[in-house]
Design a binder for this molecule. Structure first.
Ligand code: AMP
Ligand code: ZN
Ligand code: FE
Ligand code: FE
Length: 288
């Protein structure tokens, strides 16, 4: 038996991925992955179907989500892994975040209308399918209308930060986001930290503060971390005594270059990473 691989950062059609939770788990099985975490933005609605498929196919499905938090350098992302069964407190906050997303989507659509690219909210809702709706869905709807050649062009010309249809998202404060997840007994990981465009010293202080709030890990392995970013993320984790997590950030057709379990480059995360995370949870008396 060769090494076993895992993927702890995956989006489904519950948020802005294009594969249903069932399809994601089926693809994970076909790729020979031993464990995956479903980490949709601002929703837990894909988890049950993924868990059920995981039980059938013998894949460990970790209950997760991805939250955005606001910083002076733009959004940072947090992964909550091993969410408990009772998430009622979290659900209330997520519902509010999704409502704010919808308000922002309306603002983006009116900007697009002024730019001569009308889209209806009904079209956007149909494009999304799930309950957490965001820019990748708007990008896909724009592509369907022939306004852009592909999703990438929609982001680079219109929806990305600094572009004419950009609207920022209302987010939680960093400490609030970490505590919300950590208080539930989740393992909280700082997602793709090296994608933040900020000074290294600021990132170090920010990570130290997140740790005080309950951060347990840093996502060092990620499809958009090259070897140098990965090295710096591992060093960041080491300096703060944090664990490591890793995943592809698979989105299906919304990010076509990212392959489940791989990412864009040679990314492969082994079960050794998972074993260390589980050992740390057991030491703290948390379920795995
Ligand atoms: P939102 O949460 O609505 O702001 O959308 C953020 C999502 O858009 C993230 O999950 C990213 O994966 C995706 N995204 C951000 N920038 C790009 C881009 N340039 N190309 C494709 N997807 C992007
Ligand atoms: Zn996404
Ligand atoms: Fe993210
Ligand atoms: Fe993500």
């Amino acid at each position: 038996m060769g090494p076993h691989f895992i993927d702890l950062h995956i989006h489904t059609s519950a948020s802005d991925g294009s594969d249903s939770p069932r399809q994601v788990v089926q693809k994970a099985a076909q790729s020979g992955l031993a464990a995956i975490a479903v980490t949709d933005h601002d929703t837990l609605s894909g988890i049950a179907e993924a868990e059920e498929t995981g039980r059938c196919l013998g894949i460990d499905v970790i209950r997760g989500c991805e939250l955005s938090v606001g910083t002076e350098y733009g959004e940072a992302h947090l992964l909550g892994l091993w969410l408990p069964q009772d998430t009622s407190g979290l659900e209330i906050v997520l519902a509010e975040l999704r409502r704010k997303r919808q308000e922002r989507n309306v603002r983006i659509l009116s900007r697009l209308e002024r730019l001569g690219m009308p889209l209806t909210l009904a079209e956007l809702t149909a494009e999304a399918g799930g309950e957490s709706v965001g820019r990748p869905h708007i990008a896909r709807a724009m592509w369907r209308h022939g306004y852009v050649r592909d999703v990438q062009e929609a982001f680079s010309r219109y929806l990305g930060k600094g572009c004419p249809a950009f609207e920022s998202k209302e987010t939680l404060a960093p400490g609030q986001g970490v505590r919300l997840l950590a208080d539930l007994g989740a393992t909280v990981s700082f997602a793709h930290p090296m994608l933040l465009r900020c000074p290294a010293l600021w990132l170090d202080a920010f990570t130290g503060q997140l740790k005080k709030d309950g951060l347990a890990a840093v996502e060092a392995y990620h499809s958009e971390h090259d070897a140098e970013k990965e090295r710096r993320a591992v060093a960041l984790a080491d300096r703060h005594g944090l664990l490591l997590t890793g995943g592809s950030d698979y989105h299906g057709l919304s990010k076509p270059r990212v392959r489940l379990g791989y990412g864009k480059g040679g990314l492969r995360v082994t079960t050794a990473v998972l074993d260390r995370l589980k050992a740390a949870r057991r030491e703290r008396g948390l379920p795995v």
